[in-house]
Design a protein. Sequence first.
Length: 334
Amino acid sequence: MAPDSILADEEDVAILDIDEIQAHGIGATDIAKLKANNIHTVASLISCTTKRLLKIKGFSDIKVEKIKEAAKKMAPSASGFITAAELGQVRKRCIRISTGSKQLDACLNGSVTFSVESEVEALTSCSGFQTMSISEVYGEFRCGKTQLAHTMAVIAQLPKEMGGAEGKVAYIVDPDQACENIAYARAQNSEMQTELLESLASNFASNEYRLLIIDSVMALYRTDYSGRGELSERQQVLGSFLRRATQMAEEFNLAVLMTNQVMSDPGASALFAGADGRKPAGGHILAHASTTRLLLRKGRGEERVAKIVDSPDCPEREATYIITTGGINDPEKA
């Protein structure tokens, strides 16, 4: 097989449409009900709990069991386990999307030592935020969180050799050609935010999208759930939302970029908060869901500083950037 065809096979690794289970004895009517409940792929069906499927009108215990069995027959592995080598092949599908700043891109590249300027110049198409995971950026106002989201919404559409992902963008926000490839929605409350995420399943199943932006992830939860009395419920609902976002990132090869607010905690130690007592909203639930966490803060003059706080493949380090009329860029481009 030619190298090009092998690459194509790796990139298209099977997003199996939910219609495929019809070959295993599931009727068209039941499949239509699954689609009406935002279950559009076999992988999404496999990840569904029995409890959720039983809530679908007309689905009995016996029918749910039959549907789950049909989905298992189409799973890549009957046992649910794959080898590390097979996982490595899956991870090769990951795409990195540039932030617009070469310094910040290099900072986010776990396999490169971030020190020499020549190395920074070489990292235009292989660095940045990666798909199949959630990346969170947090900081106070005027640090460039939304500007970073806007910049990446455009870059994600570019060819891979230019730092893009050759895909469309879904943008969920709280209160030309490039715009045609961005699906934008404004959530009015936390329930609507979850509904918007679920409704994107059919869009993502087309395998045309590569970036999901949520700006900001905590704003609506903080207003809909107030006080310690509702904290437990808020965290449970937030956990479900983040779990669904993680599933979508892995299944549809998406980069999920979430912006987040900071909160003051004067009594916190420097271990859990910054030196000024600020820490990201969302607590441990959000911290565990994010694969990569960046703290954005103001630097000297017009410069901003991004610090990697948590990452499985990047050391703790910093990069500087500026906010320009064209989005995020390097300081020397001012």
